[in-house]
Ligand binder design. Structure first.
Ligand SMILES: C[S@@+](CC[C@H](N)C(=O)[O-])C[C@H]1O[C@@H](n2cnc3c(N)ncnc32)[C@H](O)[C@@H]1O
Length: 244
């Protein structure tokens, strides 16, 4: 089975970030948007809430959301039609996606889930941006907490079964049953078994990304909503105007 098919199967389910998180990401995008911005990509858009918020706030921009999951893209298209959003959606595995270049790429909680070589991923992100374009990237950062969680997730993956899924869901309901529906909590169970393929390290931010033309221009905190979630922050990169 190819790695793209394995990935599609792993993510063949709905995922929506909490509304407060989407609102914060939309504000960071608004603060980072190059002027004029014609084309925006939401990479790993889930059910499309952030893409729709960006399209509503920037009516002159054309906003495309892509996601490897057909279920997410179907939900995103349905919600966009209901809201009369101008955001468009397409199912695609980012590493095989050919739709750029963009003025801004935003990606929330996705880059650590894409397997393979980190340089190849950031090189593609850079090639998919116009000169001067911006990457707004929210992902887990390098920390003792996240490293410990990666170990736990690897151990849980080794003994995954229906009983462990049920236990995780029961614990999640105890911790978050007041603010989240059981369906929303169930969406998150498979993520408990995925150790991050990468985190945002100083090496990635300050050496690897600049070496492919992406200069770090800022970092923003992102509030964690659960103890079981990897801790994320937002790093903003700008593509060199000298890199093709
Ligand atoms: C944690 S969810 C975040 C969804 C959305 N960004 C949000 O914040 O609501 C991660 C998303 O990345 C998508 N994804 C994972 N690997 C991908 C890939 N190679 N290409 C495109 N999307 C991918 C998954 O299907 C899933 O919707």
């Amino acid at each position: 089975m190819s790695s793209s098919v394995r990935q599609r199967e792993a993510f063949d389910r709905r995922f929506s970030a909490p509304p407060e998180r989407t609102a914060r990401m939309a504000r960071i995008v608004a603060d980072s948007m190059p002027r004029p911005a014609h084309a925006v990509l939401d990479l790993g858009c889930g059910t499309g809430r952030l893409a729709r918020a960006v399209a509503a706030a920037h009516p002159a921009a054309s906003v495309l959301g892509i996601d490897i999951s057909a279920v997410n893209i179907a939900a995103a298209i349905e919600s966009a039609a209901l809201e009369r959003s101008t955001a468009a959606f397409r199912q695609a595995d980012y590493m095989a996606f050919d739709g750029g270049p963009f003025d801004l790429i935003v990606t929330d909680g996705v880059l650590h889930l894409i397997p393979g070589d980190t340089r190849a991923l950031f090189d593609k992100l850079s090639r998919d941006l116009r000169a001067g374009g911006v990457l707004v990237c929210c992902m887990p950062y390098d920390s003792a907490y996240n490293r410990a969680f990666a170990v736990v997730r690897r151990a849980m993956r080794a003994c995954r079964g229906a009983w462990l899924d049920a236990l995780i869901l029961a614990l999640a309901r105890m911790l978050h049953g007041r603010e989240m529906t059981t369906d929303d909590l169930r969406e998150r169970v498979p993520y408990m078994y995925i150790p991050p393929a990468r985190t945002m390290t100083a090496e990635l931010r300050n050496r690897l990304a600049p070496s492919v033309g992406l200069r770090p221009v800022g970092t923003r905190p992102m509030r964690s909503t659960s103890l079981s979630q990897l801790k994320h922050n937002v790093t903003i990169f700008q593509k060199d105007t000298t890199t093709a």
